[in-house]
Design a protein around this ligand. Structure first.
Ligand SMILES: Nc1nc2c(ncn2[C@@H]2O[C@H](COP(=O)(O)OP(=O)(O)OP(=O)(O)O)[C@@H](O)[C@H]2O)c(=O)[nH]1
Ligand SMILES: [Mg+2]
Length: 553
């Protein structure tokens, strides 16, 4: 039963008021991703040059028209400048709409545009023809005209016909959230593989929407055909749109081929790291959480930090070591986002693989964000799809503690009681975090005891690099080392002709067994050890038992 008219109008106007207050908050943009740098001086930091280069490309690349491929021409079309945001409130709470639109504003600004206004409509579901209801769409048209916007960004993925329909009503370009994210990725991609993957994602997005982009693209293709580039490429009776589709498909095939060829190199790199079995830590989290800043804090990596979404698109790996000298790697990864465009999943593959093969996950959370729990959920949703990721130990890091209000921080902590609270900016809590990481790193599984001749100083060095040296002593034959190493290094030492006096696996290393190992070793070395053998004395059983994991059998 319909409600009486007055009541409906009253509700409508209440909704309208609420929508207005959301809009006001978005435009004020307190608490968006882009707030973290307010008052920070970044003019000197490591990312400065890259930031400048990026700012430069935004302007310069839009002038370029000498690129052969259609996609380049195409995505320049959505170079955003003056924009109005559009959101729909269906089943979500006010806060959810609010947070989502703030994120959209941050994304838009990251893409290089200026947000002028926003429109929110409460509706049960999107209008199939124009997304917004017809009245609201007309209102949007007025706003676009009065603020002189050239683009409207919708906070959802539109169907091709919705976009065309809305464009017709407002007479301005309409871009959806997916296209916007793709655009940012295209601007930020640095590696050859990253660029190819993003371009492929854009083409995949574009193909079913081709007609919507309309004449300009057809003109481009037509222009090239007229100029001779397409001679022989145009079959009889083919329309421009078909030609464009065909060119796009050809380009996509070429890109896939390129990517396929690049894959082995990446795999080799990762395998060689894995083979070294240096423990790896993946720093992951929602975009803009502070992952790169944290990597810089932990390792002086000098990677780009930017108050922008998806500042990092290529995983960076840095080697570092624990206080007691164990080497491990830290990898900065691409940030996650809610409703990641499916076309981009492939482009995320290298990040996902890094994460899936890590020994430890450091999950960075922006504690100053209005909805950190939602962000963690979004990240976990992606993680759930990565093979093996769910079984990897995870440390939650609540970052930006300097920015979050004490009350907010306290609230967030109740959700993640085990979390380490840090500020990657000020360095607060970093030592605690480093300690937690070191504790959580897997320990090499094999305990060895051997004397390495002085001629093989390189082996001693490697044991120090990759293993955990428990004791070391110089004896007449060489360096006596008792250390934890991984299986591979253990085998390597044995292959070098060095006798492992003692060797044991994890079970062996249990309760008090190190002492046992030390004493066993001392026993077998009797007579060859110098007299002062602090710590090497004790009971002297003749032979060490070889539990599983031993190299002796
Ligand atoms: N106030 C404050 N700002 C921080 C902190 N950590 C990072 N930031 C800022 O947050 C913004 C994003 O930092 P990044 O390190 O680039 O974040 P990210 O997670 O690598 O982001 P993407 O690579 O874009 O996914 C930058 O402006 C940083 O200066 C912090 O502890 N406190
Ligand atoms: Mg980053």
């Amino acid at each position: 039963m319909d409600k009486p008219l007055e009541e409906r109008e009253l509700n409508d106007s209440l909704d309208e008021e609420r929508a207005q207050s959301i809009v006001a908050r978005i435009l004020a943009r307190r608490g968006t991703a882009l707030e973290s740098t307010e008052g920070q001086d970044h003019s000197w930091d490591a990312g400065m040059l890259e930031r400048e280069a990026r700012a430069g490309t935004r302007r310069i690349q839009s002038q370029r028209n000498d690129r052969e491929d259609i996609s380049e021409v195409e995505y320049r079309q959505i170079r955003l400048e003056r924009v109005v945001l559009v959101g729909l409130r269906t089943t979500q709470s006010e806060e959810e709409v609010d947070t989502s639109l703030r994120e959209l504003a941050a994304l838009a600004e990251t893409a290089g545009s200026q947000v002028l206004d926003a429109v929110v409509q409460k509706r049960v579901k999107p209008d199939p023809a124009t997304y917004l209801g017809s009245g609201k769409a007309k209102e949007l048209a007025d706003i676009v005209r009065s603020v002189e916007a050239d683009t409207v960004i919708v906070d959802e993925e539109l169907t091709p016909s919705q976009r065309r329909g809305l464009e017709d009503v407002i007479d301005a370009k309409v871009v959806d959230r997916t296209a916007l994210i793709l655009d940012i990725f295209a601007q930020h991609a640095k590696s050859r593989e990253g660029k190819a993957q993003v371009e492929l994602a854009q083409l995949e997005y574009l193909l079913p929407r081709l007609r919507g982009w309309g004449e300009s693209m057809s003109r481009q293709a037509g222009g090239r055909v007229a100029a001779g580039a397409g001679i022989g490429s145009r079959g009889p009776g083919e329309t421009k749109i078909e030609l464009d589709r065909r060119r796009i498909r050809t380009r996509m095939a070429k890109l896939r081929e390129e990517i396929r060829k690049m894959e082995p190199a990446r795999r080799t790199q990762r395998l060689s790291r894995r083979r070294g079995a240096v423990p790896s830590v993946a720093i992951l989290g929602y975009t803009n959480a502070g992952k790169s800043t944290l990597l810089n804090q932990l390792t002086d990596a000098g990677v780009l930090v930017e108050d922008a979404l998806f500042a990092t698109l290529d995983p960076t790996v840095r080697r570092t070591e624990t206080v007691d000298g164990r080497a491990y790697t830290l990898t900065d990864t691409v940030g996650f986002v809610r409703n990641l465009p499916t076309q981009l999943v492939e482009a995320f593959r290298s990040t996902l693989e890094e994460v899936g093969e890590a020994d430890l996950l450091v999950h960075v959370v922006d504690a100053a964000h209005p909805d950190p729990v939602g962000q963690v959920e979004a990240v976990r949703l992606v993680l759930a799809d990565i093979e093996g990721a769910s079984s990897i130990p995870e440390i939650i890091v609540l970052n930006k503690a300097d920015l979050a209000s004490p009350e907010h921080l306290a609230l967030v902590r109740t959700y993640f009681p085990e979390a380490v609270v840090v500020s990657a900016n000020t360095g607060l809590g970093i030592d605690v975090l480093r300690h937690r990481i070191e504790e959580a790193l897997p320990r090499p599984s094999l305990l060895i005891d051997c004397v390495i001749p002085y001629s093989r100083g390189d082996l001693v060095h490697t044991i120090h690099e990759e293993g955990e040296v428990e004791r070391e002593e110089y004896v007449s034959e060489g360096t006596r080392v008792i250390a934890r190493v991984n299986e591979r290094l253990g085998a390597h030492i044995k292959e070098a002709g060095i006798v492992l006096i003692g060797v044991g696996g994890d079970s062996f290393a249990g309760a008090g067994s190190l002492e046992q190992a030390l004493s066993i070793g001392a026993g077998s070395l009797e007579g060859t050890m110098p007299d002062k053998r602090e710590g090497f004395e004790g009971a002297v059983p003749k032979r060490m038992e070889s539990p599983k994991g031993s190299l002796d059998d």
